[in-house]
Design a protein around this ligand. Structure first.
Ligand code: NAD
Length: 291
């Protein structure tokens, strides 16, 4: 396939390289001056999109996605697909999909989980929204860049799945960390805490697979001085998207709201910026009930 790839950062760069390695003809564009193995660089997004069967975007946020879509949609051929893999707000995903449909294009919102390691290793999970025809066109590319793609429903459903998942993740990480900090103060050994909770009804992915306590459970960023991993500021971005979606859908999400406020405080007023999102545990350790 002829593929245009716009946004060749930490995630997009290795994803585009994997498509080129699999034999696709990939033309890329990024505002920054980057070079990616096997990818021909274009001078603009429109140039990268011209003549492409599929245009993939991997950008920082919904406003940038909307601006890039305004530029590339007119350059795309009818029947081509616009596949956005960025994590953006549901409203932007739906607006861009509607704009693409009006221009006779297929559109898929397909945010990912799996992080930079998954992008490099071709093991991402894609959660996709769009028509069956649009999903079918993008699926062979998901198979190269990832290990699993779930068609979640119509446009916006991929972003909805992503932010609901990450809202659970943020809330659960906080719950796991505050429970460890309480256990410390109660004199409970962390390993014993893990042994019990990981096999009891308090178990979760954050406890069992990504334990925030160093030296306990499987190897995780906690064992590497809380270097990300999944950075606290990216968790904050996704939590904010969950609250933006909750506002626009009139959904009551009290735990998501508190998690957003806590990560905001951690990243913006404390020392959370640049740390893994599990560094909530040392944060709670340092605090007492009234602080
Ligand atoms: P990044 O900042 O490394 O990459 C974004 C790239 O987009 C940059 O290279 C930037 O120069 C480029 N860009 C910005 N505006 C542009 C424009 N107008 N035209 C062309 N290029 C432009 O970010 P990333 O870590 O690669 O993340 C990309 C997306 O993936 C984000 O939406 C993020 O939330 C999501 N995501 C990231 C991770 C992760 O672990 N990094 C995991 C899952 C999802």
């Amino acid at each position: 396939m002829k593929i245009g790839f716009i946004g060749l950062g930490n995630m997009g760069g290795p994803m585009a390289a994997n498509l080129a390695k699999a034999g696709h003809d990939v033309t890329g564009f990024d505002m920054a001056d980057v070079a990616i193995d096997g990818v021909t660089m274009a001078a603009s997004g429109a140039e990268a999109a011209t003549g492409a069967d599929v245009v993939i975007t991997m950008l920082p946020n919904g406003n940038i996605l909307r601006a890039v879509a305004n530029e590339v949609i007119p350059a795309m051929s009818k029947g081509a697909a616009l596949v956005d893999c960025s994590t953006v707000d549901v409203d932007s995903a739906r607006a861009v999909a509607a704009q693409a449909a009006e221009a006779g294009l297929l559109a898929v919102d397909a945010p990912v989980s799996g992080g930079i390691g998954g992008a490099a290793g071709g093991t991402l999970t894609f959660m996709a929204g769009g028509s069956a025809e649009a999903f079918a066109k993008a699926e062979p590319l998901f198979d190269i860049m990832g290990q699993k793609a779930v068609h979640c429903g119509e446009s916006g459903a991929g972003q909805a799945a992503k932010i609901c998942n990450n809202m659970i993740l943020g809330v659960t990480m906080i719950a796991t960390c505050e429970a460890f900090a309480l256990a410390d103060k109660l004199g409970l050994d962390r390993q014993k805490m893990f042994d019990v909770v990981s096999t009891s009804s308090g178990y979760s992915w954050t406890m069992n697979a990504y334990c925030p306590a160093p030296g306990v459970g499987p190897t995780s960023p906690a064992d590497n001085d809380y270097k990300p991993g999944f950075a606290s500021e990216l968790m904050l971005k996704d939590l904010r998207l969950s609250q933006q979606a909750a506002e626009s859908a009139d959904a009551d999400t009290p735990m998501g709201k508190i998690a957003t406020a806590l990560y905001e405080q951690f990243v913006e007023s404390e020392d959370g910026l640049g740390t893994d999102f599990s560094a909530m545990l040392p944060r709670f350790e340092k605090r007492s009930r009234e602080t």
